[in-house]
Structure formats: C-alpha cells, structure tokens
Design a protein around this ligand. Structure first.
Ligand code: 9MR
Length: 437
C-alpha cells in the first residue's frame, strides 16, 4: 500500500486593524484573523491545495508563496492548487497586506513524490477507455483528483436521464448534464451518454402524456434530437434505449414508449438519434444478459433488428455482479455474441458485491481478495476481446459508501474500487494486474 499523507493544518493569527492613513478613520472594531488550511492530495502527494480561511480581510490584497521567499501567487476566490516538482519540505506563506502592516502566516508541509503511487487505471491500456459514473456534485476535491488521474471516460450516474433533463414539456434542464460534459471535455475524457430512453427514468408528464400517439412520438423525436444535437461532437456514445426487456417473460416491457409508439419504438428512437448525430456511437444497454440465456437471446434479437438498419454500434452489458457469479464463461457468452455481430462491447456499470448473502457486517480480507480476483478475471476477459470490438469498462461509482447497491439491497456491501477514505482497494490492484500481464 503506497504511503499516503493527508494533512490539514490551520494557522491562525488574529490582530486588530488600525489604519496608518489619517484620512480614513481606523476601524478598531473589526478583527483581522489570518489563517489558511493546507490539504496534501492523497492521489498525487506533490499536489497541495491551500484555502484562505481568513476573516476580516475583505478588500485587502493577499498572496501566497509556496516556497520560502518564492514567487508570489495572488490569492483568488476559492482554493489555490500548487504542484511541486520534487519531494521535500516546503514553507508555505500567506501574506495579507493589512492597513497597518503586512500580516504573514506560514506553515511547513512535507510532500513526497508520486513514485510510490499506484499506476493510474487509464494508463494501463490504450485499447479501451476506463470509465467512471459521476454525479455533478462529486467532481471536485478528492473525487476530482481521482477522476482526473485514473479515468478517461465519464458516464452521468443519473443526471443525463429524461426525468432530469426534461422535467416538464417544452422545458429542458441541462444544468447538471452540461456541468458533467464540460468537466469531461476540460479533462480530455470521453463522455458516454446514459441514457435517452429508460422506463425507470421517465418523467411523470411523459408517463401521463395527454396528447395523441402521434404527438407523443413527435415529442420523443424532439427530445432525442434536442439532446443528441446539443452534445454532438462531444458525447462519443449514447445508450439510446436501456433495459427494454422484461425479466422472466423476455418480452418487450410494456413501457409508455411501447404502448404509445408501437413495438418498433426501439428502432424509431435509434433512428432519431442517428439522424441527430450520424457520428455518435449508439448502444443498447441491459442487465443480467451474461447468465440469463433467454434474456440474452431476446436482446440479441433487438440488436439484430437494429443492426439490419445500421442503427447500432455496440452492446452494453451491465456488470452488476458479485464475487461468486456470473462465471467467466457466462460473461464470455455475451462477448462472443457481440463480437460475432461486429459490434463494440461495453462492460458498463461494473460493481462487484462481496456480501450478496448478507453474511458479513464488515469487510474481511478474504472477501477483498475474492473481489480482487473477480475484477482481475473480468478485466482480463475484456482485454482479450479483439481490439476493434473494445470500447470501455465503466465502474459504477467511486467509493464503496456511494454505491446505489446499499440502498437497493438494504444491506452492507463494498462493491467498488475505492473505500470511503478514497483509498484504492485490492480490487483496484486486480484491475491493474489484468492489464499488466
Ligand atoms: O446508480 C444510479 C442511481 O444513482 C440513480 O438514482 C438511478 C436512477 O436514475 O439509476 C442508477 O443507475 C442505474 C443505471 O442508470 C441503469 N442500470 C441500473 C442502475 C442501478 O439502478
């Protein structure tokens, strides 16, 4: 385990302001309190973030020096980031130009070079991208450090779904979607759009649409066209329809889209997306398609129908799996079906439960190792796919405590690659080991 340092230092100097300018009456009542905090990144220990926590300095100039007598960096609103280029002890100084005299506070930080850090996931392969599900409020701070260091593909975990982007008829809300897309673009990441049509993220006004069937279809065409056009050239790929097959019956779900637009609603939606951006890659995405043979057959039937009209580029197999199940040959079966059709394979939504039987209440080393082995198996299997059919593996959440699975199953689990302290788990090593052979 690489050595990690996390420091939070608060330095405080309080004086009372007095003016040296006789024209301005001295304000002896407002205390100036000069302080700052320093955070040394866990992901890159050469990177520090300083935050000016002073009070009573409104209107006063303040600046940083990140080494003793080093160059001056003006203090701007919000935290400042500084990257050292070598290990060492450094004196950080904050200077506030107070009316009477400058006030300086300093603190020494120790930073240790990044050599001991584990390699980044995205650097372990150039054959496919490594994706992470994000939420717009989980892209800063340590989330951001890890996102930028480790991942080169983003999927919005929920904010690019219809219920969020199209809350009422005629009124789109792209606030969160834009924030995620802009973040990905600024950090040279691919963006996987997820998902245009999903029965579980349909706004009420669409479920209860009062117009005619033709008006419904026109509305869906407008929605798909509006969204896909907005992100054309930026979003690399879209899940157009998500989870259309019903468990058990393996028939089309009787969603509002099917009842309003007919059994061919799927190909209509893919056609709308194709028309809006002929270059964006179109995926069909679903769960349990590795081991449920009937569901897999039903999905490949949909895929074949779309492929015959050149409306699909890839298949997303949601990887909500556990340490025991499904087997590698079951996973291989969906890969084989996808490759045989000349399509791209997305291992989407990867999380690996270690407590599916709810028989442990805290994480054990044995289960962590089992998870490491399962992740290694899955990634090795993915890496063996012909390059032309590779696309991305997307992990469904960063920290164990942020997973959707805990609420969903109502029991403890630790299914992701980072623990709640933002530390890489053994499962993270398993991912890297698969690509280092
Ligand atoms: O993990 C997602 C959760 O945060 C959202 O609240 C939820 C509804 O938007 O969707 C979850 O992600 C789902 C994904 O979009 C499709 N496959 C199943 C995932 C878990 O429900």
């Amino acid at each position: 385990m690489p050595k990690r340092i996390y420091m939070l230092l608060v330095i405080l100097t309080t004086i009372f302001a007095c003016s040296k300018d006789n024209d301005t009456p001295p304000d002896t009542t407002t205390p100036i309190s000069v302080s700052f905090e320093v955070i040394v990144s866990q992901q890159n220990t050469l990177r520090v973030t300083v935050n000016n926590t002073s009070t009573g300095i409104s209107g006063l100039n303040s600046y940083w020096q990140f080494t003793k007598n080093g160059s001056v960096v003006q203090d701007e609103a919000g935290p400042e980031m500084h990257l050292y280029d070598a290990s060492g002890e450094y004196l950080i100084t904050l200077t506030v130009e107070a009316p009477d005299d400058d006030i300086q506070v300093s603190e020494t930080v120790m930073v240790i070079g990044g050599d001991s850090m584990h390699p980044a996931l995205k650097d372990a392969t150039d054959k496919f991208s490594v994706g992470m599900a994000v939420q717009s409020n989980r892209m800063g701070g340590q989330h951001g450090e890890i996102l930028v260091r480790e991942f080169n593909n983003l999927t919005a975990e929920y904010e690019m779904k219809m219920n969020i982007m199209y809350p009422s008829q005629g009124n789109y809300d792209f606030t969160a979607a834009d924030a995620i897309v802009n973040y990905g673009v600024a950090n040279n990441m691919d963006i996987h759009g997820h998902t245009l049509i999903w029965h579980n993220a349909t706004p009420d006004w669409v479920e209860n649409f009062t117009g005619t069937d033709q008006e419904f279809e026109d509305m869906i065409e407008d929605y798909i066209t509006t969204v896909v056009t907005r992100y054309a050239g930026v979003v690399r790929s879209w899940d157009v329809v998500n989870e259309a097959i019903e468990d058990g019956s393996n028939q089309l779900r009787n969603s509002v889209f099917r009842t309003r637009m007919g059994d061919d609603y799927i190909s209509k939606c893919y056609q709308f997306a194709r028309n809006a951006d002929p270059d964006v890659l179109l995926f069909y995405n679903d769960y349990n398609i590795t081991f449920d043979e009937g569901k897999q057959a039903a999905i490949f039937a949909i895929v074949d129908g779309l492929a015959s009209q050149n409306l699909i580029d890839g298949v997303g197999a949601q990887m909500h799996i556990d340490i025991y199940f499904p087997s590698s040959s079951q996973i291989q079966s969906v890969v084989d079906g996808t490759v045989a059709r000349g399509l791209k394979m997305h291992f989407a939504e990867l999380d690996v439960r270690i407590n599916p039987s709810n028989d442990i209440s805290s994480l054990t080393e044995e289960r962590e190792i089992a998870q490491q082995n399962k992740v290694r198996e899955v990634v090795e299997l993915y890496d063996a796919i012909p390059d032309a059919n590779k696309f991305a593996i997307t992990i469904w959440g960063m920290r164990d405590n942020e997973t959707w699975l805990i609420d969903f199953w109502g029991q403890p689990d630790w299914p992701l690659l980072y623990n709640s302290n933002f530390e890489a788990k053994k499962a993270h090593s398993g991912f890297l080991e698969a690509l280092n052979n």
